[in-house]
Design a protein around this ligand. Sequence first.
Ligand code: UDX
Ligand code: ADP
Length: 484
Amino acid sequence: MEYNHNEISAIAEMKISVFFMKVKNICCIGAGYVGGPTMAIIAQKSPEINVTVVDINEKRIAAWNDPDVEKIPIYEPGLSEVVAEARGRNLFFSTDVDAAIDAADMIFISVNTPTKTYGIGKGMAADLKYIELCARQIARVAKNDKIIVEKSTLPVRTAEALKRILDNTGNGVNFQILSNPEFLAEGTAVTDLHKPDRVLIGGDLDTEAGREAIQALVDVYGHWVSDDNILTTNVWSSELSKLTANAFLAQRVSSINAMSELCEVTEADVQEVAKAIGMDSRIGPKFLKASVGFGGSCFQKDILNLVYIAKSFGLNEVADYWEQVILMNDHQKRRFAAKIVKTLFNTVSGKKIALLGWAFKKDTNDTRESAAIYVADYLLNEQAEIVVYDPKVTQEQILADLDYLGTRSEEENRKLISVVNSAQEACEAAHAVAVMTEWDAFKTLDWEAIYEGMLKPAFLFDGRRLLDKEALTAIGFEFYAIGS
Ligand code: UDX
Ligand code: ADP
């Protein structure tokens, strides 16, 4: 029997269609802040799908497998319960990347995409080497057709590069590439995953095989997300939507932070301004909290990436517009540190300053790009002695964050900074205290006892608008809060 070209394509697509109907084995490459929680929820909600999360970091995988589920490597409210429910049933953590790739029908790529620290695009473009290594490994190992899902945030059109690597170096198997950006925020990952505002899936809408692959992923989420909240688009829109969402969110923080500085010189109060504008339904009340500056692994990295992409297309005005969001954020961190120095009679040399909080926001142990790192670095340059307390961040991490900046030697960092086990201890005999992370527990500290233990005047700088100004001023603190 002979077939013409169209019939052959149709048969090939039918084969793919049948293959992609039901996903039974999922592999996720990268057991980090995105891969770990996302796969835990998929496994929890889809008991008939086996989910294996793999990573080259043996220590991380060992921690995910720790018999004491409270010792999993990522702290997220509610996550240990989910892991306890699914681990060993249909959720597995392993370092055997090849085996998991081989067994999977669907592979999520959830590896890190840091800003490049070398070469072209240094300091701006996303470093895609980890993604490319994954693609080459999948191409080498795969013996049957697979759906590849981009979970990491990537520059627009990365899927094209992935496809070319997979198609040109693979064993002749078919790959469908989907973009499925993750919108969870750290600290609320479990609720965000259980009840997402939307799930976005980008794929090849122009072919039957592409639509089948999209449907296969829709079906995975369909276990707990209603169809109305699952959005399907072409791949490029999906990739760009993720960068756009983070850019808009970061822009809101920089906008309110810009107003916080203006409030401080005009006797307006940024919290009142935020409330007043937030009641306008077109603006909305969320993400209008002035702070010492946004941190986290996404905002800065994604905006820099956006700026780089705009520049590479010659869109300089677009690039400059978004870059301003970062410049404002850097300014906010610097100005907070400078305010401390100025208030402490223009010198902090040899003075003890307690930093409460090191994580980039509450309810996470993640410190990437945390404002605390930069404020500490600035104060260390002014020869301050820094004492840090954070309920979830280890001393090892805090020192590694400072060492990474490379501002001074590791020995010097260890001489000038110490990490303690309670807020009270951090503040003992301090000249000033600065709240860097909005941990709820800081609201109910015994502030009277802290005041007693400090040098006078006792300065308190609230970088998060967390504390009650009236109560603390009544105790005797010289109180400064961002934006008032
Ligand atoms: C962000 C996006 O919210 C999420 O959708 C995306 O998937 C990843 O990036 P995340 O970085 O985890 O999530 O935390 P987010 O809650 O967005 O906070 C980012 C930073 O902005 C934090 O440092 C936070 O303290 C700061 N922030 C946030 C403010 O200073 N003020 C606000 O009103 C909100
Ligand atoms: P994110 O916040 O995007 O989840 P993380 O840095 O927390 O980023 O996690 C990414 C994980 O991906 C790391 O644990 C890293 O070891 C892992 N990883 C990077 N490249 C590979 C690879 N080729 N194979 C397996 N794991 C990888």
